[in-house]
Write a protein that binds this ligand. Sequence first.
Ligand SMILES: *[C@@H]1O[C@H](CO)[C@@H](O)[C@H](O)[C@H]1NC(C)=O
Length: 271
Amino acid sequence: MCIALFLWQAHPLYPLLLLNNRDEYHNRPTKPMQWWEDSDIVGGRDEVAGGTWLACSREGRVACLTNVLELRSLPEAKSRGDLPVSFLKSGKHPKEFAESLKTEAHYYNGFNLIVADIGSKSMVYISNRPKGQPITIEEVTPGLHVLSNAKLDSPWHKAQLLEIGFKEQLAKYGEDEIPLKNLIQIMKDKTKAEESQLPHICSHDWELNLSSIFVEIETPLGLYGTRSSAALIVTSSEDVSFFEAYLDDGEWKEHVVDFHIQKLKLTKGHA
Ligand SMILES: *[C@@H]1O[C@H](CO)[C@@H](O)[C@H](O)[C@H]1NC(C)=O
């Protein structure tokens, strides 16, 4: 179901530091993080629908997606993984992109979408939940944020655990660089919530299984759970380091893509 934590415009070294776990069926065809052949986008790619859960463009635009935990989903819905791609390709300012989703957000199952443009220091949170209400569009304030499978900064157990783990690192390293391996380590936590801390939306067992930062579940359809842990780090000199630990045929592998942001020209509508 995915989980993310991000520190936005609140650290002297990093305008953005983002951690993400992607949870999915292990047998769903996926390409690990890399530059895409057809565009200036770097990220993992779902090979079934062609979308992504976390990606960045060479111009320093970032998009991250999580699903909203719901009992029922629309079988005919459009693929949520298209949303990050559509933002990265649009050239639109985050706010302007959010506005453009207003009329079509209901074609998707419940989503949380973070879209950011490093160059203009703008980050927007978009969600099409609660159902039946106008979509949520919120400018993300500088600071530390967590996103699980409910509204941004909802105090879900695993989101809080992730926040605590990250704050410990911040406290330890102060204004210095935080070692990558420490960041990835906190994404591997398998501590589950207690009964009273579950959101009580779906079955108890399923929620309990999903309640850790790192998820691993045996299901009748095969293994489901965390198959990619990423750290996307943008420095104040506009260098990006995109690290991913990912499952490849049952084996964990690691790789990193480093690049320098190329100055972007925003299209009209940027205030
Ligand atoms: C929860 O996880 C355990 C261990 O993987 C599995 O045996 C059980 O079937 C899971 N329950 C649900 C509802 O997914």
